[in-house]
Ligand binder design. Structure first.
Ligand code: SF4
Length: 190
């Protein structure tokens, strides 16, 4: 039987992160670790060890998927590079939009919005989790980043239920980025 390692339990870290956002939105900043670490690992090592070993989100989908997934193959179009790169482009545009919104609050042009934006559309009041006084742009970034994390979790969970447990990994923007970085690294371009 396979001995479990500490890295097999990173799905607990993922759940903890999502739960903490209900208590204080500033915990959302911790999500930057999930953003920067895979990019660093792929740039330095030229491999996808983050996805294979250390991604709590991927582990969470695999764990829940054992019970909840229909285990059906993803539709063909979702496995194409057009879809993967298209989704990455859309995701990055929305991410930059979130950063710009933070900038507007920093510049004093906009007021802090104490809400999550789920699936880039639905506003969910979240003022109850804004419990510590910080400069408004710091809170705004936290609301924006947590919205991104919740949105990708919802999309990933939906994909998990409808298709394979880790179906989201096929078109996950972070997976697509790290794959691209590994290709460049292994060609000697980085
Ligand atoms: S593809 Fe995305 S969700 Fe899947 S393991 Fe990699 S980073 Fe995690």
């Amino acid at each position: 039987m396979k001995d479990n390692k500490w890295s097999d339990y990173l799905w607990i870290v993922e759940i903890t992160y999502l739960v903490l956002g209900f208590f204080n939105i500033l915990f959302a900043w911790l999500g930057m670790i999930f953003f920067v670490t895979p990019l660093l690992i792929s740039s330095i090592k030229g491999n996808k060890s983050y996805c294979n070993k250390y991604c709590g989100r991927g582990q969470l989908f695999a764990t829940l998927g054992k019970q909840l997934s229909r285990n059906k193959p993803l539709p063909k179009f979702m496995r194409t590079s057009y879809f993967r790169y298209g989704f990455l482009t859309f995701f990055m545009i929305m991410f930059l939009n979130m950063v710009f919104t933070t900038y507007l609050v920093f510049a004093g042009t906009s007021n802090l919005s104490e809400a999550l934006t789920i699936l880039w559309t639905f506003k969910l009041p979240w003022a109850f989790a804004n419990t510590i006084d910080v400069v408004p742009w710091v809170a705004q970034y936290a609301f924006g980043f947590y919205s991104v994390m919740m949105t990708s979790t919802i999309i990933g969970m939906t994909t998990m239920v409808l298709f394979k447990p880790r179906g989201f990994c096929v078109y996950c923007p972070m997976g697509t980025m790290t794959q691209g970085i590994c290709k460049l690294k292994n060609k000697g371009a980085l």
